[in-house]
Design a protein around this ligand. Sequence first.
Ligand code: COA
Length: 162
Amino acid sequence: MKKDLVKKYLKVYKHKSVAKWFPFIRPTEIEEAINKGCIFSVNIDGKIAGVVMYGRYKNQNKRNLGDRGDVVLKHIVTLPEFQGKGVAKKLYKHVEEFAKIVKAQKLVLSVQKKNDRANAFYKKMGMKIVGKRNWNSKKEGVIEGFIYTKTITKNKLSLLTA
Ligand SMILES: CC(C)(COP(=O)(O)OP(=O)(O)OC[C@H]1O[C@@H](n2cnc3c(N)ncnc32)[C@H](O)[C@@H]1OP(=O)(O)O)[C@@H](O)C(=O)NCCC(=O)NCCS
């Protein structure tokens, strides 16, 4: 049963029109997200229209993406036939809501610099670029990217000094 679900989600991320943005996704990562309850989909007419995977840092992220307790939005996708209908916005809002519930200070993510649609989308969601990161790909060499964050809850100190 769980294997079927992993396959279903993987099929969405590996759809030919979007797979280039997810070169590193493996079935094990999806299975882990299912086990932790950190994967959410929007379904339209019984079909998966979009999926988001997310998580929470137990410690400072080793690539300086975020701090302990921050929520990370890992992979968001809307299948082409459903794009432009607010599907990704619903997926994003689900993750933001999770971040509020767990009282995370920030929501963080990274995205490839050349992914214009995704960069436009994250900016529309109110996220701000705070840094750069690179990935090393066997096929493409160095892939450049941006780090985005959005403040969710202020810590006590910043509340006192705000
Ligand atoms: C980026 C992506 C997830 C957006 O999905 P979507 O379901 O089409 O987005 P939505 O319809 O929910 O759009 C939400 C908002 O973002 C804006 N937006 C979405 N794509 C945009 C684009 N290409 N340019 C400008 N704004 C855009 C919409 O106008 C909308 O704004 P509104 O709330 O004011 O109406 C989708 O294009 C996708 O799956 N791309 C391929 C996979 C990918 O790149 N994922 C990110 C890798 S980290």
